[in-house]
Write a protein that binds this ligand. Sequence first.
Ligand SMILES: [Zn+2]
Ligand SMILES: [Zn+2]
Ligand SMILES: [Zn+2]
Length: 155
Amino acid sequence: MSALVAEELERLHQLIAWSFPPGLSPESVAGEACVWCDVPCDDTAVDLSTLGPLRACATCYAGQLVWLVSWYDWNGHVDACTPCQQGRVCHVGRGRRVLHLLTTGLARKQPPLCTGCQGPLHDDEPALPFVWTGQSSEHLGYGHTRCLLRRATSR
Ligand SMILES: [Zn+2]
Ligand SMILES: [Zn+2]
Ligand SMILES: [Zn+2]
């Protein structure tokens, strides 16, 4: 487990600040309710942005954080693991994937979809973390190993 230094927390905070869901309520836009769960903000709410008053409740913020940290843990393993990259059996990779996907609900994310084929990631299908760059920021996602391998070889 790597230490979360201030710099790392700041980077994660930036990612969280830009990942709030679409369709905010008027209360959320005004910073009076959490952007994720719409619960009225209290003293423990976290300021998300210097551009507006958006805030998250402590529970939702922690959910986002654990989602990101577990995604990076999984991704860090895959980066250094040949069996994972080739879609072969790897219990460490499997464990990190399971741990990460357990946080989907905490982070109020949709069930994971493959970036390549847009299909769901079934438990018995090899899958990898995958990052794609959008208009303004990076998006952390997933892909079936077979879809990502096809992508890599057709480049
Ligand atoms: Zn909340
Ligand atoms: Zn592995
Ligand atoms: Zn796929």
